[in-house]
Design a protein around this ligand. Structure first.
Ligand code: SF4
Length: 424
């Protein structure tokens, strides 16, 4: 008998596919990627083909579910796939689940990894939304980030995307930018935002640079060679982003995401709503029934994991823990509409007394107006609270860790912190 029947009533309607290939690894990136070099050759093609076989095998053997409403093909640089390869992957999903009418199908694309003809092929294969990693319009910055594309590539690619949208071939597209870069000033960032707005992307994702372990940037930081903005400037950059994009008609629907009306990413909302999703591919995170499960981060380990049965055993309906309270609260606070704290606590079996230490930690943010209580909902104010969200979320994690430590003394074996949210 299934021990968790209620969970099985709401199987995922979203899927994430991870394509790990990139030409080279950017200096700040710790994603599970396989750098193939700048020039396509036979080895390059064989690597991609072999991986796609594994990925299709994983999809074919996955637990059944209803038709998908959103699909996100991320990476890596998925635009390195040919339209034919992408078509095959989407067909595998169609065979396993089907696609619901109007399903949002997003492909991550990198400037300089596609041209107008390849874009047309990808759209014909079934893609209707593109997320493009632009990061900066400044060639010197792109060089320092270790990016392969340059400003001219970005402008040209954005032109192709916007033209496809105007012709009705593409429903929406998004541009990713990085803020908080070494040496960045308010003036420089303001100019970057102006250029982004001028291109007319219906959606913008603006991520704070994070120095991850094992990256080139980490080594530079350790040597004192990474001139990152001080916390006050970093917060000013975030506030500037929110104000400038609001003035240009973009709604701030999540900490890092802005959209013109009707262009918020439906797939992203799944991550932040607590609903489940399937995940396929090396390093992909899946959360079909609650807590997140990350796949092995190398091709070899991923292949071995598939040969041992893959997700079928671990992710069939029933096993697995629900998403932990701290994670649900954190993803809820990332959204503009916030979260119903008491309802969430009740579902997790927490009493108001349990939450008192957390509210004490949050008191300074509440007094400054960064964290607002509106009826049952708690949310970060816009732009100050969202810009300074790290402090609020850090207090949340510290409270949860402390609570878990205390509980683990009484009950050894409390589980590990789950994998972080999937990176876009
Ligand atoms: S940042 Fe993007 S393009 Fe650069 S290595 Fe990472 S996944 Fe590849």
């Amino acid at each position: 008998m299934n021990p968790h029947p209620s969970r099985c009533r709401w199987p995922p309607r979203s899927a994430y596919l991870h394509i790990p290939f990139c030409h080279r690894r950017c200096f700040y990136c710790d994603f599970p990627v396989v750098p193939l070099g700048d020039h396509a050759d036979g080895e390059h093609s064989r690597s991609i083909a072999a991986y796609l076989e594994l990925l299709q095998a994983e999809i074919n053997g996955a637990p059944a579910g209803p038709p998908l409403s959103t699909v996100y093909v991320g990476g890596g640089t998925p635009s390195m796939l040919s339209p034919g390869q992408l078509r095959q992957l989407l067909q595998a999903l169609r065979r396993r689940y089907g696609l619901a009418p109007g399903a949002e199908v997003t492909l991550e694309m990198d400037p300089a990894s596609f041209d107008a003809e390849r874009l047309a092929g990808h759209l014909a294969a079934g893609v209707n939304r593109v997320s493009m990693g632009g990061q900066s319009f400044d060639d010197a910055v792109l060089e320092r980030l270790g990016r392969r594309h340059r400003r001219a590539d970005l402008l040209q690619a954005a032109g192709w995307l916007e033209a496809a949208r105007r012709r009705g071939e593409l429903a929406s597209w998004s541009l990713d930018l990085l803020q908080g870069l070494p040496g960045q000033t308010l003036e420089h960032w303001q100019a970057q935002l102006r250029q982004a707005i001028a291109l007319g992307p219906p959606h913008l994702s603006v991520y704070d640079l994070i120095v991850e372990p094992g990256t080139v940037f980490e080594r530079l930081e350790a040597r004192g060679q990474l001139d990152l903005p001080e916390p006050d400037l970093a917060a000013d950059l975030m506030e500037l982003t929110a104000r400038q994009l609001a003035a240009a008609g973009y709604g701030h629907y999540e900490i890092s995401n802005y959209a013109q009306p009707g262009h918020a990413s439906r797939h992203n909302r799944v991550y932040w709503s607590g609903a489940g999703w399937w995940g396929f591919g090396m390093g992909a995170t899946a959360a079909p029934w609650g807590s997140r499960q990350a796949r092995p981060r190398t091709r070899e380990a991923y292949g071995a994991w598939l040969r041992q049965g893959g997700a079928a055993a671990a992710e069939g309906c029933g096993p697995g823990e629900p998403m932990p309270f701290d994670e649900r609260l954190m993803v809820g606070l990332r959204r503009r509409e916030g979260v119903s704290l008491w309802a969430l606590a009740g579902e997790a079996g927490l009493t108001p007394a349990d939450l008192e230490p957390l509210l004490r930690r949050w008191q300074p943010a509440i007094e400054r107006g960064w964290l607002l209580r509106e009826g049952p909902r708690w949310r970060l104010s816009d732009p100050e609270g969202l810009a300074l969200s790290n402090g609020v979320l850090r207090e949340l994690l510290a409270w949860w860790d402390q609570r878990s430590d205390q509980r683990s003394v009484q009950r050894p074996g409390v589980g590990e912190r789950p994998a972080p949210p999937p990176s876009p």
